[in-house]
Write a protein that binds this ligand. Structure first.
Ligand code: CA
Length: 234
């Protein structure tokens, strides 16, 4: 039986599909290819792949629309692989339900890490995720969500309620980028001011408490103009 995971590539540039296919096959995935949005949508429903790599600049339809349509019927992880590096497209893609994005030209390691993260979050059910995130351990950082207890090495870190909630949110999606709007909405609700200032202030405080050097963070990374990404647990 072939139990390799299948990844659907929706991309019109031949040299990129070739490169992606080679990378995926070398690393044990099945790769199937669609060269436009229409073909991609039909292959997604006929093959039900484990993950989709989606280009935004497709010949027949904008990839942003394709994400919207996917999310009407499926939770298959979608990673955007695009040359568009402007924040607006990244944020829109993520807020519409894309799981992550990789900007061309991308590094093989980065792409594979994003794929592993997205597949892992898909595999783990919400309950398991909750159980697993009762304890988050990465390097010196240890978070016990039941006891509301954060330590760096032997030292206890005192977090405010809000800071703790932000940590919990980021840890539940560790390895994935979360947009400013997503975090704002999850912590402060839909009617919060959307200038993100309160988030930046809390994030700065949080980093001062958990990072050795807040300007060069090891646990919570900034995705400029997009949001934040927590490192994956050990
Ligand atoms: Ca393209």
């Amino acid at each position: 039986m072939n139990n390799r995971q299948t990844i659907l590539i929706i991309e019109d540039e031949e040299n990129i599909t070739k490169l992606l296919r080679t990378i995926l096959r070398t690393h044990g995935y099945n790769a199937i290819v669609a060269t436009n949005a229409n073909e991609g949508k039909s292959m997604a429903s006929s093959h039900v792949p484990d993950l989709i790599l989606l280009d935004l600049g497709l010949p027949d339809e904008d990839g942003i629309n394709v994400i919207k349509q996917f999310r009407e019927w499926t939770n298959i992880p979608v990673i955007v692989v695009s040359a568009r590096s402007n924040d607006y497209d990244k944020v829109t893609a993520l807020d519409l339900g894309a799981d992550d994005y990789v900007t061309k030209p991308f590094s093989t390691d980065e792409l594979l890490a994003r794929i592993r993260t997205a597949l892992r979050h898909k595999r783990v059910s919400f309950d398991e995720e909750l159980k697993r995130t009762k304890l988050f351990v990465c390097g010196n950082l240890k978070i016990d969500f039941d006891k509301h207890f954060v330590t760096i090495g032997e030292e206890k870190v005192h977090l405010t309620n809000i800071e703790f909630k932000i940590m919990e949110l980021l840890c539940k999606s560790s390895g994935k980028v979360l947009t400013h709007d997503y975090i704002m909405n999850a912590i402060w609700g839909p009617y919060a001011h959307n200038d993100n200032k309160i988030l930046r202030v809390n994030m700065a405080n949080l980093r001062r408490k958990i990072e050795n050097n807040p300007a060069d963070p090891k646990y919570i990374f900034t995705e400029p103009g997009v949001g934040y990404r927590m490192i994956e647990a050990d």
